[in-house]
Design a protein around this ligand. Structure first.
Ligand code: AMP
Length: 543
């Protein structure tokens, strides 16, 4: 027997309608090159999304067409999110930090029909002109006065394009399974792969991130996504904020600048902000130097890479800001786990250990860890294995691939190695391909890095496995000292003693000025491994 409830489709248009009915005055603040202090209401934003939907129709965009965006976090990108997805098109966000050849690969693979770009990216697109075969035209996200000169043809100005269009589009009744957005993984090996989100998966994910033990955003809050809108839909914040009517603060192109972030948080009374560890390092550095404070800020969400304790401690002790550690990936829309506020009082060391974990899965995500034969391992916080997930916002197959991306029994292998404890807390110990195997035993590079980053004078640390004649591989620690600080390799290595089994402790430490990062801000272990492929251990070097 079927239930007898309404069959309303879970489509993003629902968020737009809900915001228009319930929070039309909810505010969006946006920094763009042509206006560093733009602000308007959800009502105005969705009226302009309507105008854009009409303009896209006139440009000849058809249902299912991919519309590429190369843009920062601002109001025009927000309008694009809704105008494309809710009119049956696919919003394809492209990461401008990728290598140009990866960007052209992605545009060609997705066969984008139109590109919407920030003026800053015009030189990049011009350099890719020969790879834009599927592209019918380019729309520059600015007004007439700020249009860049270009050698390309079929280039339009966004504001001129939408100006004369009506502000009430007749949004179609879409099927919830239809594609809404596309984002390519930045994969460190092979070509990037496209993850094609459906309306349903994005809607369920939006409910998921809004839950009390996750982002828990309220209507009276102001949220700042420092995570780019070109990477996994800015962790869903452009959907979650209007769904509850919260104020949305979009920081524009200078997201990595501590001063810009600090001023914006203060001016707009931001209560919650989300981003990868590097942006928080930049913000904390600025706050330290300027002696500024952030009275409105209540919590930050940190994900994308393991969050060092130093960030959590400084936010809490100096600014009374709680740091939530979160884990996820492009293939998971991205939310996997979230470390909610720990209830009750725990001894300091226990609380620290718990908060460094990546958190617990919200309702909607199932997780398991398996050994190389596929046997499920115990959730005892000790056994570690390949982390697999499943749920309604997890990728089933990649865009334009006929093969399932799942295991035979229907799980998605994340490529991460992890432990899960009896309370369901996840600890990521490595990426499968970054695992260090010494004498046949696994060593967690993330645990070693986390510890190194608690040492005085250490700004950033990475641990990689380097070939070793006796143990096959041994861990090598690479450290970037904090500005103006001296660090001694012997002292750092000695600090590991008593905290780790002796065989886990790195055999050597190298001090560098900079560690390479990927286009999504993660330490590029691949580049580090290449850079140190000829490295000789101290005993080898002296032979
Ligand atoms: P991406 O698809 O580019 O967002 O990258 C996803 C990968 O980033 C995950 O599979 C993890 O390896 C890593 N990652 C994300 N969040 C965390 C975290 N909190 N701690 C450690 N690694 C993380």
């Amino acid at each position: 027997m079927n239930g007898m409830m309404m069959q309303s489709q879970l489509i993003l248009t629902g968020i737009m309608k809900h915001a228009l009915n319930n929070s039309p005055d909810g505010e969006i603040v946006s920094i763009t090159l042509d206006n560093p202090d733009f602000r308007y209401s959800y009502q105005q934003a969705f009226e302009r999304a309507s105008q854009l939907a009409y303009a896209l129709q006139k440009l000849g965009a058809n249902k299912g067409d991919r519309i590429g965006t190369l843009a920062w976090n601002d109001h025009r990108h927000f309008e694009l999110y809704y105008a494309t997805s809710c009119s049956g098109l696919v919003c394809h966000t492209i990461n401008p930090r990728l290598f140009p050849e990866q960007i052209s690969y992605i545009i060609e693979h997705a066969a984008d029909r139109w590109l919407f770009i920030d003026p800053l990216f015009m030189p990049l697109i011009e350099s890719l002109a020969t790879h834009l075969g599927s592209i019918q035209g380019i729309v520059v996200l600015t007004d007439k006065a700020h249009m860049p000169n270009t050698t390309l043809s079929n280039v339009y100005c966004y504001e001129t394009l939408i100006a004369a269009e009506p502000s009430e589009f007749h949004w179609p009744e879409l099927e919830e399974e239809s594609a809404a957005a596309l984002c390519y993984t930045s994969g460190t090996t092979g070509n990037p792969k496209g993850v094609l989100y459906s309306h349903r998966s994005l809607m369920l994910h939006t409910y998921g991130v809004l839950m009390p033990d996750v982002f828990a955003i309220r209507r009276d809050e102001a949220i700042l996504p420092v995570v780019p809108m070109f990477h996994v839909n800015a962790w869903s914040i452009p959907y979650a904020a209007p769904a509850v009517g919260a104020k949305l603060v979009l920081p524009g192109p200078k997201m990595g600048c501590g001063e810009t972030l600090s001023k914006l948080i203060k001016k707009e009374s931001v209560t919650i902000a989300a981003g990868v560890p590097t942006v928080w390092l930049a913000l904390l550095k600025y706050l330290r130097e300027s002696e500024e404070t952030l009275p409105s800020l209540n919590r930050v969400v940190v994900g994308g890479s393991a969050c060092p304790w130093s960030i959590m401690e400084e936010f809490e002790q100096k600014h009374e800001v709680y740091t939530h550690h979160a884990w996820g990936m492009t293939e998971m829309s991205p939310l996997g786990t979230y470390n909610a506020r720990i209830p009750g009082k725990l001894p300091k060391e226990e609380a620290q250990a718990l908060r460094l974990k990546q958190g617990r899965p919200g309702f909607g995500v199932e997780m398991r860890i398996v050994d190389p034969e596929g046997n499920t391992l115990a959730q005892d916080g000790l056994a570690f294995g390949a982390l697999q997930v499943r749920g309604p916002w997890v990728c089933e197959r990649y865009y334009r691939s006929n093969e399932s991306a799942l295991t035979e029994d229907g799980w998605f292998d994340t490529g991460d190695v992890a432990t899960i404890d009896a309370d369901g807390y996840l600890t990521i110990t490595d990426r499968t391909k970054d695992v260090i195997k010494s004498g046949g035993e696994w060593i967690s590079s993330i645990e070693l890095e986390n510890f190194a980053m608690t040492q005085a004078g250490v700004a950033e640390a990475a641990v990689i496995g380097v070939a070793h004649e006796k143990w096959a591989e041994r861990p090598l620690l690479i450290v970037v000292p904090s500005e103006g600080k001296m660090v001694k390799t012997e002292e750092i290595l000695a600090s590991f003693k008593g905290h780790f089994a002796n065989w886990w402790i790195p055999d050597d430490c190298v001090i560098v000025q900079e560690i390479p990062h990927t286009a999504t801000g993660k330490v590029s272990k691949k580049d580090l491994r290449e850079a140190y492929s000829d490295y000789l251990w101290p005993h080898e070097a002296t032979v």
